[in-house]
Design a protein around this ligand. Structure first.
Ligand code: ZN
Length: 377
């Protein structure tokens, strides 16, 4: 994780990097911020910068061996501990390290709920106990693999029990040289004051609504700007919440478009009329958002037809749709579909009647989709 991948926090990033460059590196820091604010990615970027072989003015270089390893959370001097479902048999987190890495690489803003789902234990409690403290002490007693810094990242330190907290106090009190403790969590009220007093607090605020809106559009390009701003306002700066809302909204848009395109292709005009009625009730911005999303799907189809799967960003059901839809199209008809959709977007901007527009569009697309011989749908 590099600083440049983290949404918002411009001032905080500049301060952290400034301190790093001037060699003001506290022995222990607690990145404390609400869910979806980025406390974990910030701590990871900080650790990656410390381990980078040629850190730049604004970020780790991203190119050196150390950066390549930290990008996979696999640098041997980047030690990771995190809560697990403690039991008599399960006491250390090392056996789950691969799973944790995969979860964080997939979603660097991971929260305890996401981790719980990943570990498939919805009703169990995540905790860290004395044996995990043993792992911390043991890992720190080893020499740094690369001869530089050793980073100890403790995720969700608020889930340490008192035995663990007491056991790591000593290593916090008598720091080894070139060792950086990075704690990243959401709450400090359940933590021992003795731990807190030995860590420097790095307060991570929620990103502002404009930053959340652009983060939403980046992941969900099918949404309109207004939809993204609405989601940002409702999410109160929680990026995980915002992305979840956007996913729901995009799933609705996807189903609507998929069913409508299928109806047009199969010439099921009753269904197309019902879709046009539904479309007419949506409001101008969501209508434009749907057209923008349809254009996005067509671009994905073009990439599929041009055999550029590495550039396709659609996943899951979307991707399956793109693959299937591409079989009824060639580049010429796809280009014609794209032109129709773009024209429709323009008409919506000029306040065309949305019902008439979607019906007309449906007829035109219906014939374009059947232009290729031997089409299957
Ligand atoms: Zn580097």
């Amino acid at each position: 994780m590099q600083f440049n991948k983290i949404i918002g926090h411009a001032a905080l990033k500049a301060r952290l990097i400034g301190n790093l460059r001037e060699g003001r590196i506290p022995h222990a820091q607690f990145f404390l911020g609400p869910r979806g604010s980025g406390a974990l990615p910030l701590a990871l970027a900080y650790g990656a910068y410390l381990l980078c072989e040629q850190p730049g003015e604004g970020d780790g270089c991203g190119q050196c061996n150390a950066c390549k390893m930290t990008a996979k959370l696999a640098h041997p001097d980047l030690n990771l501990v995190f809560p697990i479902f403690l039991s008599k048999e399960v006491r250390t987190c090392e056996p789950f390290a691969g799973e944790w890495r995969a979860a964080v690489l997939e979603e660097p803003y991971l929260d305890d709920e996401g981790w719980r789902v990943r570990l498939k234990g919805e009703n169990k409690q995540l905790r860290m106990g004395v044996d995990i403290a043993g792992e911390v002490v043991r890992k720190l007693s080893l020499k740094a693999f690369a001869g530089g810094w050793k980073v100890m990242l403790i995720w969700l330190p608020e889930l340490m029990d008192a035995y663990m907290a007491n056991k790591i106090l000593k290593v916090l009190e008598e720091p080894e040289p070139r060792t950086a403790f990075l704690l990243a969590g959401h709450s400090n009220d359940r933590m021992l004051p003795t731990i807190l007093s030995r860590t420097q607090l790095v307060k991570v605020a929620s990103p502002d609504p404009g930053e959340v809106a652009s983060a939403v559009l980046q992941r969900f390009p099918g949404l309109s700007g207004e939809q993204a701003r609405g989601i940002a306002a409702r999410s109160e700066g929680d990026l995980l919440e915002a992305w979840a809302m956007a996913e729901g909204r995009e799933a609705e848009s996807f189903l609507f478009l998929r069913d409508w395109l299928r109806a047009c292709y199969a010439r099921k005009w009753e269904e197309a009329v019902a879709a046009a009625d539904q479309f007419a009730k949506m409001g101008r911005e969501p209508q434009k958002g749907l057209m923008a999303y349809a254009l996005y799907l067509m671009r994905q189809c073009m990439l599929h037809l041009q055999d550029l799967p590495q550039l396709i960003t659609a996943g899951g059901e979307e991707r399956a749709f793109v693959q299937k839809f591409s079989t009824v199209l060639d580049m010429a008809s796809l280009e014609a579909v794209r032109a129709e959709l773009e024209a429709a977007y323009g008409h919506l901007e000029r306040n065309a009647n949305p019902k008439v527009l979607l019906l007309d569009l449906g007829y035109s697309l219906g014939s374009l989709l059947r232009a290729k011989e031997g089409a299957t749908g």
